[in-house]
Design a protein around this ligand. Structure first.
Ligand code: KIV
Ligand code: ZN
Length: 503
């Protein structure tokens, strides 16, 4: 049985999903769980894109000891240097460099000739090899490139020392047979010791099918993202690729080393950290993936689950939680539940989140897993903020303008600042008061506001997400509370803290 390696790019291409902005804390949490899941390579980020991402990649490189940790770089020395620097403490580092190879990209984006592209590939790969023994090369937009030129490009990269050649279907354009044929040609053109990998986008819904088709054509590495996160329509979903190789392994003659029982936990963790819910009909991990509505199906399932189920829910780690947490639960039970959900909080983080849990459990009869995800993520989002919410008072009514009085405490020196501000409603007024304290007046604009109940019932936790812009840059914030004005204020302050940190 052929062993397929999984390179998970949730932390890099997944972070290119509109609305996701992960910091070091979030990346480390998810990387730890990806390692438990058993992915072979974790693509941690793109260090040259920002100082924050370089720091996050370095933190992931430091904590991951079994998986290869990979950093992305464009085909230029400065990027390659940044990637090598961020990977300094990795046990198994890999630099992943890319250069577009389709004529569309060469002519209209890079304005270079094919000869110049080959020269850059030769120099860039050789330079990366001088800094790291494990180098992966991707010819971006490979599926729209002239296949003969694509082969020249990948051979040049292999000659210069690339140990993996990754073929990206950057715009999700390829059809299954066509992609398999291309992979077969790439495989035949390269020395045996160079691994062939695939990276498929889902613009036409073909990402998983194309990735699986590539296995029969010689690919030994598939790039995936949890829940199919990624640029535009996303990447091939890890859970779908892995379960296809698990359920149909005999037919495909291939399998992976993934611990499939960790799939649901990882999916939920990624969804909570990203603030992006998984569609109920999503294959493998959607809430309806094992739900049976029609009477005929229910009858079949009661007689024998295999009538309508091709996977055992337990094989992906789907089991009903039996522990219900409430106000009488202690720190130990809480900490165990948090770990069970895939987080690796230290003592200080556990203390802080446990205190929040107690506040919430006082107002809510049962605290569910979704509530705990919301509590932990609110903490992770705001862990290093310059201000914290101390107090607020709002006056509003149908015949008066809303007025908010907000007090914030500075984390660095403990000083408190209070400001009052009017607004079009209680939430607007409270955001204006925060702006007055933090210096955001005239600079920050509220670009998006979203509120949803984490669970059902009158005592549900409300989770608010906001996006604030300052010129071209945007900052997201998240806040949870049983009181929606408080949740809104916390979310706004969280975004403002990120803006302050970026200055
Ligand atoms: O889609 C793509 O082409 C990429 C490359 C950087 C591999 O993400
Ligand atoms: Zn991509």
């Amino acid at each position: 049985m052929k062993q397929i390696r999984i390179l998970d790019t949730t932390l890099r291409d997944g972070e290119q999903t509109p609305g996701i902005h992960w910091g070091k804390t979030q990346k480390v949490e998810l990387a730890r769980q990806l390692e438990k899941l058993g992915v072979d390579v974790i693509e941690a980020g793109f260090p040259a894109s920002s100082a924050g991402d370089a720091e996050a990649v370095a933190a992931v490189a430091e904590v991951c000891r079994t998986a290869v940790v990979c950093a992305l770089a464009r085909m230029r020395r400065e990027d390659i240097d940044e990637a090598a620097k961020a990977l300094q403490s990795a046990a198994h580092p890999r630099i992943h460099i890319f250069l577009a190879c389709s004529d569309i990209h060469l002519e209209r984006k890079l304005h270079i000739t094919r000869e110049e592209a080959l020269r850059r590939i030769r120099d860039g790969v050789a330079y990366a090899r001088s800094l790291c023994a494990d180098v992966q090369f991707s010819p971006e937009d490979a599926t729209r490139a002239d296949p003969d030129f694509l082969l020249e490009a990948v051979k040049t990269a292999a000659d210069a020392g690339a140990s993996t050649v990754n073929v990206p279907d950057t715009v999700g354009y390829a059809m299954t047979e066509e992609f398999a044929a291309l992979i077969r040609r790439v495989r035949a053109a390269l020395p045996d010791e160079v691994a062939v990998s695939v990276h498929c986008h889902d613009d036409l819904g073909m990402a998983v099918a194309n990735s699986i088709a590539a296995v029969g054509a010689g690919a030994v590495q598939i790039e995936t993202a949890i829940n199919g996160l990624g640029e535009r329509a996303g990447n091939a979903a890890l859970e779908e690729v892995v379960m296809a190789l698990s359920v149909r392994g005999k037919y495909l003659g291939a399998g992976t080393g993934i611990r499939t029982e960790e799939i649901v936990r990882t999916s939920r963790l990624a969804s909570s950290l990203a603030g992006i819910p998984v569609s109920v009909t999503k294959a493998v991990v959607g809430a309806n993936a094992f739900a049976h509505e029609s009477g005929i199906h229910q009858h079949g399932i009661m007689a024998d689950r295999s009538t309508y189920e091709i996977m055992d829910p337990a094989s992906i780690g789907l089991s009903e939680s039996t522990i219900l947490l409430g106000k009488l639960s202690g720190r130990h039970a809480f900490a165990e539940r948090v770990t069970h959900l895939g987080y690796s909080l230290d003592d200080a983080a556990t203390d802080a989140t446990f205190a929040r849990f107690k506040e919430i459990a006082d107002r809510k009869s049962n605290v569910t897993d979704d509530d705990i995800h919301a509590i932990v993520n609110e903490y992770l989002d705001g862990v290093s903020g310059e201000y914290r919410l101390e107090h607020f008072q709002i006056q509003s009514g149908n015949h008066i303008d809303a007025m908010a009085l907000v007090t914030l405490r500075k984390t660095s020196d403990g000083m408190v600042k209070t400001e009052a501000a009017p607004g079009g409603g209680p939430i607007d007024a409270s955001f204006n008061a925060v702006n007055r304290i933090a210096g955001g007046e005239g600079q920050l604009r509220l670009a998006a506001y979203d509120i949803h109940a984490v669970t059902e019932g009158a005592d549900a936790l409300g989770e608010v997400k906001v996006r604030v812009t300052c010129g071209e840059s945007s900052y997201t914030g998240r806040g949870v509370s049983t009181d929606i004005i408080k949740a809104s204020l916390k979310a706004y302050l969280n975004a403002v803290n990120k803006w302050l940190a970026s200055r």
